[in-house]
Design a protein around this ligand. Structure first.
Ligand code: ZN
Ligand code: ZN
Length: 145
């Protein structure tokens, strides 16, 4: 029997896990932090703020703000200066966990890999053909007694 008791990933206290790896206390705190961020960036005078000003103004960590944005919870559509760090290169981005440059690189890499795979498949196919040809020749040879 399992009680699903876990340590909260945020504060470390034991709790009975329901869905998230966070205790009810932290979930409540995160909700409050979200409220703060939401209210902050919607104020007219804060429209032009960047993510550091948002963090300082609300006391919410950059990491938590980034999480809100990545979860799609916090919309930054009306705040053109809010950017967060790309997961790969640390450069600024406004959508997804990677910046445009890294997304481009990954697409390129995937393209190369696709080409490699095709080339490999061609090689395997060629080898198979040459082998089966060899086999054919071998079978047609007269048996040694
Ligand atoms: Zn907690
Ligand atoms: Zn990047």
């Amino acid at each position: 029997m399992s009680l699903n008791v876990e340590n909260c990933v945020r504060c470390g206290s034991l709790f009975r896990r329901v869905r998230q790896p966070l205790c009810p206390n932290c979930l409540k705190k995160i909700d409050e932090e979200y409220e703060k961020c939401y209210k902050f960036i919607r104020k007219k005078e804060n429209r032009a703020c960047n993510v550091h000003e948002l963090s300082e103004g609300t006391g919410v960590s950059l990491q938590q703000i980034t999480t809100f944005i990545l979860e799609g919870r916090l919309s930054i559509d009306n705040n053109p200066n809010i950017e967060y760090a790309c997961k790969s290169c640390g450069g600024p981005t406004r959508s997804g966990s990677l910046c445009q440059k890294c997304v481009g690189n990954i697409k390129k890499m995937a393209g190369y890999m696709q080409e490699d795979k095709q080339r490999q498949e061609e090689l395997v196919e060629e080898e198979r053909r040459s082998k089966s040809g060899f086999y054919q020749v071998g079978r047609d040879e007269p048996r040694k007694s």
